[in-house]
Design a protein around this ligand. Structure first.
Ligand SMILES: Cc1cc2nc3c(=O)[nH]c(=O)nc-3n(C[C@H](O)[C@H](O)[C@H](O)COP(=O)(O)O)c2cc1C
Length: 184
């Protein structure tokens, strides 16, 4: 099973990368599982100027990521909350994707904030957007509030709650991934 993790921010020094790294580490402990982090901040995708089907020269990395999504059994998107929503850079990337890029793929969303509310607005908006790409957002989610204090130097969670919460989130995602395999 392959579950890539899309890190959905281009902000230098972002905290969300800690959550992506933690989930990657957790996935790697699971049997028959491979994963990778697709870091939006390193991809330098262009701002959308035209719908993708009309563009002749797609950036090779974008083609590669589209292929990765097509092959994936599930996708995790880690999003911070910016201005009560997901980052504009993540929305721009999702707008660049071809129609149906998440076809029949369960989408697990991890939302991240420095405040107390855990990114509920970004989570809700991203669920809706995932549907437009024919992704299947799962009911479980992984919300990390006070992210700046949530992990130690080794990237391990400080709060006792994060480990069981991430475990449940990932197990649920795998359950959906297995179920959706049958129709893919
Ligand atoms: C442009 C911008 C807007 C933000 N807006 C919100 C917000 O609406 N709600 C919130 O809880 N945190 C907000 N934050 C703070 C983020 O939760 C905080 O930066 C956190 O570390 C996650 O983002 P990061 O991965 O970029 O570090 C905002 C941060 C930025 C850079």
């Amino acid at each position: 099973m392959h579950i890539p993790i899309l890190l959905g921010t281009t902000r230098t020094g972002n905290q969300s990368s800690k959550v992506a790294a933690f989930l990657q580490q957790q996935l790697r402990t699971m049997e028959d599982m491979t994963t990778e982090v697709l870091n939006l901040g390193e991809a330098h995708f262009p701002m959308l100027e035209e719908r993708i089907r009309k563009v002749e020269d797609l950036p090779p990395l974008l083609q590669q990521w589209v292929h990765t999504f097509r092959q994936a059994d599930g996708i995790i998107i880690v999003t911070p909350e910016y201005k009560n929503s997901l980052p504009g850079s993540l929305k721009n990337f999702l707008d660049l994707l071809p129609a149906g890029a998440f076809h029949y793929t369960p989408i697990g969303i991890a939302s991240v904030t420095s405040g107390a509310l855990g990114g509920i607005n970004a989570l809700a908006h991203l669920r809706l957007i995932s549907l437009s790409l024919k992704g299947m957002p799962i009911p479980d989610r992984f919300m990390v509030s006070h992210v700046q204090d949530a992990f130690d130097e080794q990237g391990q969670p400080v709060s006792e709650k994060l480990m069981p919460q991430s475990d449940k989130f990932l197990r649920e995602l795998v359950k959906y991934a297995k179920a959706f395999r049958a129709i893919n």
